[in-house]
Design a protein around this ligand. Structure first.
Ligand SMILES: Cc1cc2nc3c(=O)[nH]c(=O)nc-3n(C[C@H](O)[C@H](O)[C@H](O)COP(=O)(O)OP(=O)(O)OC[C@H]3O[C@@H](n4cnc5c(N)ncnc54)[C@H](O)[C@@H]3O)c2cc1C
Length: 417
């Protein structure tokens, strides 16, 4: 089979691959995007049916196109998000080849570029941008052995309540996914237990502005590194049913039993850490700190935003927080499903290049790896907190395209007399 040559190969056509294509196009850089499935595939087939964007439509988008037919303050559905990226790719004329998987990527022997072995032949490229996502491989801790009449699934495999067997559900993890799924199951009439670890839970909106706006003006999205000690703190937000602040005490009032972190399993019982009150208090502290910083910002900038003192009212601790369950007998409580909303890891098994650290994370600085011509985009904290989100990867793509252009000057047009 003949070998195809491209200047820059982008692997993956999620939002990051589309953004990368736009910015390389602006730099006049020839490139090709390969996508193993469809544009924005993960939004289509790896997320639950009712998922909506966590940010409002005015925020969770690229700068040059609004969501058609979605109110700017509404939360687009996952299908609307996928359609948005498909339309965007069309609008910019992105050279995307769908249904082509990169099976193996290696470096050319003389280090002048890369060889991509794909499902449709070999492509050589001088530069490669890996845009294969930050949420690649579902992580499920090896706590509960398979079988025993318990269905175990990851949040990326969850679709809707009807998919689960009859009975109670334990949701492990209370970031945005775990919190939203637990609420959905509870509203569908399931008995729900929710294991809550350390988390942040900013107000959905405060003084008439969405938290996305507040985190922007407070400089949170632009932060370049996680604060030490907060590496394992997840963020719980929701745009479901028009959006509301994630309040675990309200969840308890509505019937969900809150638990501390799941620790171990023996003889049909899960041992639960004694950290629920601590984790809930940590979430409150984060919530109140956003209100404090928002108030300080509003007064410093002289913003005439309506006061909202009632936002500071914290509900009383429910029974499950004051008298936490420490041992959970799955059979006795009728728990038939454990839904692990425990996050994702990387899977670069197809990349045969020495560019990973001992934990399997790409070695890079703001997406520029230490292998000449190899780039990463869309990873959490690539250049800032916003990097794995829709608007953040677009910004990172601009910087990476400049780096690629500087490395690959396009010949100036020949002057004619
Ligand atoms: C449940 C959930 C909700 C989220 N909600 C929001 C939100 O509301 N707002 C927001 O800004 N962010 C959100 N995010 C974060 C982030 O925006 C999404 O994860 C987004 O999908 C990441 O886009 P991406 O382009 O970086 O990667 P992905 O969407 O993962 O795209 C990577 C693409 O690469 C393809 N691919 C992978 N390997 C190969 C290969 N070897 N060859 C060819 N193609 C390959 C995949 O098929 C995929 O299409 C959410 C994440 C999750 C998990």
């Amino acid at each position: 089979m003949p070998v195809e040559h491209v200047e820059t190969l982008i692997i993956g056509a999620g939002q990051a691959g589309v953004a990368m294509s736009e910015h390389l196009g602006r730099q006049g850089q020839p490139h090709l995007v390969l996508e193993r499935a469809r544009i924005a595939e993960r939004w289509r087939s790896e997320r639950w049916d009712s998922l909506v964007a966590n940010g409002p439509a005015w925020h969770d988008r690229f700068p040059n196109m609004v969501f058609p037919d979605v109110d700017p303050d509404a939360f687009p559905s996952k299908d609307q998000v996928a359609a948005y990226f498909e339309a965007y790719a069309r609008k910019i004329g992105a050279p995307i080849r769908t249904g082509v998987a990169v099976k193996r990527l290696s470096r050319k022997a003389d280090s002048s570029g890369f060889i991509a072995e794909t499902s449709e032949g070999v492509i050589e490229a001088r530069n490669v941008v890996s845009a294969t996502g930050s949420f690649q491989k579902p992580l499920i801790p090896a706590t509960v052995p398979e079988g025993g009449g318990i269905m175990q699934l990851h949040s990326s495999q969850y679709r809707n309540p009807g998919q689960l067997p009859e009975g109670a559900v334990l949701v492990v993890g209370a970031g945005s996914s775990g919190a939203q799924i637990a609420e959905e199951l509870n509203r569908a009439g399931r008995r729900v237990y929710l294991s809550v670890g350390p988390h942040h839970r900013p107000p959905r909106a405060y003084r008439g502005r969405d938290y996305c706006w507040w985190l922007g003006v407070l400089g949170e999205w632009d932060k370049e590194a996680r604060e030490p000690g907060l590496e394992h703190v997840t963020i719980a937000v929701s745009g479901a049913r028009g959006g509301a602040t994630v309040d675990f005490r309200r969840f308890a009032e509505e019937g969900i039993t809150l638990l501390g972190r799941v620790q171990s399993f023996a003889e049909g019982k899960l041992q639960i850490a004694d950290d629920l009150a601590h984790n809930i208090a940590g979430g409150d502290a984060n919530y109140l700190s956003v209100l404090d910083r928002a108030d300080a910002y509003a007064s410093r900038e002289g913003l005439a935003l309506p006061e909202e003192p009632e936002a500071r009212i914290i509900r009383p601790d429910p029974e499950c927080v004051t008298h936490p369950i420490r041992s959970l007998d799955l059979a006795a409580l009728g728990i038939t499903t454990i839904l692990w909303a425990t996050g994702f890891g990387f899977d670069y098994s197809w990349m045969d290049i020495d560019v990973f650290d001992a934990q399997g994370r790409p070695r890079h600085h703001k997406g520029v790896s230490d292998v000449a011509g190899l780039y990463f985009i869309g990873l959490p904290w690539l250049s800032s907190r916003g990097s794995s989100f829709i608007w953040g990867c677009w910004r990172d793509a601009a910087a990476l395209a400049q780096h690629i252009a500087a490395r690959t000057p396009v010949p100036a047009p020949t002057e004619t007399i």
